[in-house]
Design a protein around this ligand. Sequence first.
Ligand code: 5GP
Ligand code: ZN
Length: 139
Amino acid sequence: MDCIFCKIVAGQIPCHKLYEDARTLAFLDIGPVSRGHALVLPRAHAVMLDELGADDATAIGQALVKVGRAIVRAVGAEAWNVLQNNGEMAGQLVPHVHFHIVPRFNGDGFSYRWNPRKLSDDDAAALKDAIARELGSRQ
Ligand code: 5GP
Ligand code: ZN
């Protein structure tokens, strides 16, 4: 498969590995936006987060906490972000699920725009209904 992260998982392309277990791998991002910026991903190929099975989802959640904690302590970060892009329109460049761990420091210059709007009661009700149907549950 022509996937750069699958090639890293398979050891065909080198990386600065931080952590691995049976289902996940973590390594330093080649283009860090801050010191310690790393990626955590499932070994198995999937493009988007919603394609993950329960076992990979669980393993990724645990790896994120473990690796995130180690990174922020190692680099002495004041704070950190976990970022995850699904789809090109959302900024995903590599089509293999991955989470960014981004340690934050005062004056690091990293930012993204967040433009909050108002949630109407009507739309909240419609959203809850539609999502509950997808979840197969009722609130
Ligand atoms: P995305 O925009 O898909 O969420 O993020 C892709 C990330 O993968 C980028 O931050 C980019 O620097 C990183 N990246 C792309 N190719 C490689 C690579 O070959 N090795 C490593 N370590 N990181 C990569
Ligand atoms: Zn892949």
